[in-house]
Design a protein around this ligand. Structure first.
Ligand code: GTP
Length: 237
């Protein structure tokens, strides 16, 4: 198998780490995901991971709370997830570095763009924690921002569903999967691929987003090798 990309961002939702438990961290699920990330790295791809925190706390779930405070709690949950991923990958012999956008130097390196790029060149997987470090921004926006910053060619957005649908497939059994979309389609049709800030950033910087399901974690390698299994969001679709 030959990868199509040299440097990518993998966006993992927090929920993906919870497995069937639906909440918290399921080490067996993380193990399988990391095995497949390792397979992808073994193909020679430089990989950075942006991880969400929805399995622990999501800013928008903080009903009645101050939004900024709730978002900071969400950012802290991404740090827990990043450490779980680091632990699982390093148990497999994959060198990693966690970089956090909110400084907590006893736990992880601070985010330093040039250092992150150097780690990638040296074959380390860099896991970005704490989102952008700012409330009101999602981890999808973090993926778009970091992709632009470190010159990643593409964002692999691993989800629970296997692509983008014209309506919610969990609610509407007749929902149709869409193979290709432009950024503008996503914005105009209000499709829930990423929030509008994240999609706009991808559009402005011409970063394609490949959305696919993590139900089969081998999909990570398939997508990297150019198989059209989910939904591609880019400028000229
Ligand atoms: P090179 O400079 O390429 O050798 O990279 P390196 O990451 O191995 O260099 P360094 O000696 O700076 O880091 C050694 C270890 O310390 C790595 O596991 C880093 O992730 C970790 N590390 C570096 N800076 C910090 C920090 O500010 N906080 C924490 N918690 N760990 C750090």
């Amino acid at each position: 198998m030959k990868p199509k990309y040299k440097r990518v961002i993998i966006k993992l939702s927090g929920e993906a780490l919870a497995g069937k438990k639906g909440f918290g961290i399921d080490p067996a699920t993380i193990h399988v995901i990391c095995q497949n990330i390792k397979k992808a790295q073994d193909l020679g791809v430089e990989i950075a991971i942006v991880v969400g925190g929805g399995n622990i706390f999501r800013g928008r779930d903080g009903e009645g709370m101050d939004r900024a405070t709730a978002d900071y709690m969400g950012m802290l949950s991404t740090v827990i997830n990043a450490l779980a991923l680091q632990d699982a990958l390093e148990n497999m012999g994959v060198p990693t570095r966690v970089q956090t956008a909110i400084e907590m130097k006893e736990i992880a390196e601070p985010y330093i763009r040039r250092r992150a790029m150097r780690h990638l060149e040296k074959g380390r997987i860099v896991i970005f924690a704490s989102g952008t470090g700012n409330p009101f921004f999602s981890t999808d926006t973090t993926a778009a921002l970091r992709a632009a910053e470190i010159d990643a060619e593409v964002i692999l957005s691993a989800k629970k569903v296997d692509g983008v649908y014209d309506s919610d497939p969990n609610i509407n059994p007749n929902a149709k999967k869409i193979d290709r979309l432009s950024y503008i389609d996503v914005l105009n049709q209000g499709l829930k691929v990423m929030d509008s800030t994240a999609i706009s950033l991808c559009m402005d910087n011409n970063i394609p987003v490949l959305v696919f399901g993590l139900d089969d974690p081998e999909n990570i390698v398939r997508v990297l090798c150019g198989e059209n299994i989910g939904t591609v969001v880019k400028g000229d679709n």
